[in-house]
Design a protein around this ligand. Structure first.
Ligand code: PLP
Length: 365
């Protein structure tokens, strides 16, 4: 007996990931901290990190100690960097394993100084230049540096900040770059490597700094641009796919799905084996959403259900059970689906559920 294939799967093109990393390097001319939080934006933390681990990157950006531990358990050599304030209970593990935290408060600084008594902890300083999510405010920088000067348990190896509106407000973002650059220039440096970083995907595509040495792209590595005009230089990494289970000939006036959307013509309706239980947003219902089936764009009919959706294949007389559909991917951008669903591509990607089997494709060597 052969095992049945999944009804819904996500093809992950690891060669596209490598190409997008090259774009990040070329666009920025800087080192890259690849952001792989939230299961590498739904692409699978382990497999994505294994590919990135061969790229000689200074850091992999994670959200918390649990994600850093997954890297450790997968044997990944690239150092995890914790993007954001750490919880008190996470810090001993972070210190022991040599993961890099960013110091967001005097409380964190004092705790890490204590944990680094025997062997100093390498850490970055987080500055809040407008995000309001942690980090020292510009007027606190002097006091933070003074505290660090008397904290032998901490070795400062970098400084970073984050951009709240790099894809929405260029004027504010330019002023943020100027503020960050001037703050960084006021920091006395010990000899040795020092990482200065500010840009996410949108920042690295559209802005330049005179002080930064590293960028922190996430979305861009997965082939989606937060700024539309750069989309053409990227390759979407994930394609969400499913198959037709049944094709029904339904008469004009018949209802479709929950809520009974009424058909305005005789319709050939194909059922696909995926729904919001797979992370295909229910909010796409009634928004003119399309899926790619046998080379044609077919409109979604009625509401997205948990496990199935229904699409109009009237123009595809040969459509039959087993036919493969692309829900998003190179031909249907996640960004466009997200807009239709009233959300953002980051959320759509990270909501693809574990029921969707991830299938990895590598470049043939
Ligand atoms: C998630 C995150 C990033 C990556 O952002 P993208 O917009 O996906 O490129 C960079 N920096 C920090 C601090 C983050 O939390």
């Amino acid at each position: 007996m052969t095992e049945s294939p999944p009804r819904a799967w996500a093809e992950i093109d690891l060669a596209a990931l490598q190409d997008n990393l090259r774009v990040a390097r070329e666009q920025s001319g800087q080192e890259v901290m690849a952001v792989i939080k939230a299961g590498a934006y739904g692409h699978g933390l382990k497999r994505v990190s294994q590919v990135l681990d061969r790229e000689n990157l200074p850091f992999l950006g994670v959200a918390n100690a649990g994600e850093a531990r997954q890297l450790f358990e997968a044997g990944i050599q690239t150092r995890p960097y914790i993007l954001g304030a750490t919880l008190p209970a996470e810090r001993e593990e972070i210190a022991t394993r040599g993961w890099t935290p960013c110091l967001c408060s005097f409380e964190e600084m004092a705790h890490f100084n204590q944990l680094g008594k025997i062997s100093p902890i390498e850490a970055h300083l987080a500055l809040d230049t407008g995000m309001g999510r942690g980090g020292f405010l510009p007027h606190q920088l002097g006091a933070a540096l003074e505290k660090l000067a008397t904290s032998p348990g901490i070795k400062l190896t970098g400084v970073g900040s984050h951009l709240p509106v790099a894809d929405e407000d260029p004027e504010f973002t330019r002023s943020q770059f100027a503020l960050f650059d001037s703050l960084v220039e006021s920091i006395p440096r010990a000899p040795g490597p020092f990482h200065v970083h500010l840009s996410n995907s949108a920042g690295l595509l559209a802005f330049k700094s005179r002080t930064t040495t590293m960028v922190r792209p996430g979305l861009l590595l997965y082939g989606l641009s937060p700024i539309t005009r750069y989309q053409e230089i990227l390759k979407p990494v994930m394609s969400l796919k499913s198959r037709v289970s049944v094709v029904n000939d339904l008469p004009k006036g018949h209802g479709v799905s929950y809520g009974r959307s009424l058909l305005t013509r005789d319709t050939k309706a194909a059922v696909l084996g995926l729904g919001y239980g797979d992370g295909y947003p229910r909010a796409l219902s009634g928004k003119g959403t399309q899926v790619l089936l046998n080379g044609a764009l077919c409109p979604l009919l009625g509401r997205v259900t948990m496990d199935q959706i229904i699409v109009d294949v009237t123009e595809l007389p040969d459509c039959q059970p087993g036919d493969e559909a692309e829900l998003f991917g190179p031909h249907l951008l996640v960004s466009d689906l997200a807009t239709k669903a009233g959300t953002i591509p980051w959320e759509v990607l990270t909501q693809i559920t574990p029921r969707v089997t991830r299938v990895y494709r590598c470049r043939v060597i």
